[in-house]
Design a protein around this ligand. Structure first.
Ligand SMILES: Nc1ncnc2c1ncn2[C@@H]1O[C@H](COP(=O)(O)OP(=O)(O)OP(=O)(O)O)[C@@H](O)[C@H]1O
Ligand SMILES: [Mg+2]
Length: 421
């Protein structure tokens, strides 16, 4: 049996990725089932795959099909060995946590507090001892620099990189006076929001390669492909909402569109080596996840059924994209904890029904009138008041994301308590 209760979220995802090659999709998301996995169940599941995929069992198959089955069987075997080891050993050996460094702050609505969080979170992380970059990717309404107490439009911005004025992102990094480094945005240039596809991929690669412990991305409030791709770039994807129904329904739509975009990308150049070449499957995913018109499926469960009908060997690829979708919902401007609970309940139950993914809640942020003064006195509130409510709320969120202050130094002690303004 698997001691699921003792596993971290990342470890459960690792288990689920392996289960994708052995068990049907609904079992992969069923934690009760995962807990019951034992050597007998594993053996049965693996033997079933051998029966289906073995070359002797499918003499009429084309060479291509035989190869696809053999590849699948290899993965099923690896998964079987891995899960059997987990059943025998139980706990994961203490391996260093995977390097997760990109925190994308998104959401479908304007004015929900994305830039406020991105700015204050960057200050908090920098003060916790991490080399942090705050990057403005709100290509249509850049203002992160202003939130960080810098000029509205910095001397160097992401546009200078996109327009090839500077060859590297490092060239446009600016050290702020209050901790994080900044890559500023500039939406004054017409068309900045429409980056050419190849350049976007180059930018994404460059962000991943930035020499920093954390890169916090402030995104625009829309569901354009650019925004969705920047959001999906995050190791942590934070979706902001307020308690208002228009805002949280927007957040749910954003989550759904982002997952659909992720599924669609399985057949795109972003998928790299794993890219599917099956045009029928690509078309099925495209139809099922289209953003305009009536989609051909109503839920992810239905999509997985359609993929199973198409070819059961393709299911793990689609399942893995769903398992690796890792969103967090943050309710901002609450005046009472019940408000956040209600929003979470609504979104979690909607997401469980239609998206098959759990939505984590690392914490919420209270309505704090002093935040409004942020722009007037050019200093993020967390830097101004390191012991205040906002620092406490962000600290709670950071801890729940699994980020601990470097060198065990308490963040609050290291924040600039008095700033020369
Ligand atoms: N918890 C809060 N309490 C009080 N005011 C807040 C809070 N969060 C954000 N605000 C205020 O709400 C306004 C909008 O916030 P912000 O600019 O961060 O939103 P945004 O989501 O980035 O908007 P846009 O999509 O336009 O970029 C700002 O004036 C900000 O100071
Ligand atoms: Mg903003």
């Amino acid at each position: 049996m698997l001691p699921i209760n003792t596993y971290t979220t990342q470890e459960i995802k690792t288990i689920q990725r392996s289960c994708a090659y052995l068990f049907p999709p609904e079992k992969v998301f069923d934690l009760k089932f995962l807990k019951q996995i034992n050597d007998f169940l594993l053996q049965q599941a693996y033997l079933q795959k051998v029966k289906y995929c073995h070359p002797e069992a499918s003499k009429t198959d084309s060479e291509k099909r035989k190869n696809k089955k053999l590849q699948y069987l290899r993965k099923a075997r690896q998964s079987y060995d891995f899960l059997l080891e987990r059943v025998k050993l139980g706990a994961f050996e203490k391996t260093p946590a995977p390097k997760s460094k990109i925190i994308a702050v998104g959401g479908a609505k304007g004015g929900v507090g994305k830039s406020m969080l991105a700015a204050n979170l960057s200050v908090y992380l920098a003060a916790s001892g991490y080399k942090t970059v705050a990057m403005d990717l709100d290509l249509g309404g850049a203002n992160l620099a202003l939130y960080l107490g810098e000029k509205y439009i910095m001397d160097r911005t992401v546009n200078d990189y996109l327009n090839k004025k500077f060859p590297s992102l490092t060239d446009i990094l600016v050290q702020s006076r209050i901790g994080p480094m900044i890559i500023g945005g500039d939406s004054s240039e017409l068309g900045a929001a429409n980056i050419h596809y190849a350049r976007k991929l180059k930018l994404i690669k460059a962000i991943r390669e930035l020499d920093a412990d954390y890169v916090v991305l402030d995104l625009g409030g829309d569901t354009s492909y650019n925004m969705l791709d920047f959001f999906l770039l995050g190791d942590f994807g934070l979706v902001m909402t307020t308690k208002d129904s228009a805002s949280y329904i927007g957040a749910y739509q954003f989550l759904k569109t982002a997952l659909y975009r992720k599924l669609n990308r399985i057949s795109g150049p972003e998928a790299g080596d794993e890219k599917i070449t099956d045009s029928l499957l690509a078309q099925l995913l495209k139809d099922a996840t289209q953003s305009s018109g009536k989609p051909v499926v109503g839920s992810i469960t239905e999509l997985l059924q359609r993929v199973t009908e198409h070819d059961p060997l393709d299911v793990p690829l689609v399942l893995r994209a769903i398992i690796d979708f890792n969103p967090y919902l943050i309710v901002n401007r609450i005046t009472n904890p019940v408000q956040a609970q209600q929003v979470m309940q609504t979104i979690t139950s909607l997401a469980a029904k239609t998206l098959s993914v759990p939505i984590a809640n690392p914490g919420s942020i209270r309505k704090i009138p002093e935040i409004e003064d942020n722009l007037r006195n050019f200093t993020p509130l967390v830097a101004q008041n390191p012991n205040g409510k906002l620092a406490a709320d962000i600290g709670h969120i950071v801890t729940n994301l699994g980020i601990t202050p470097k060198n065990d130094t308490s963040c609050r002690d290291r924040l600039p308590l008095s700033l020369e303004l």
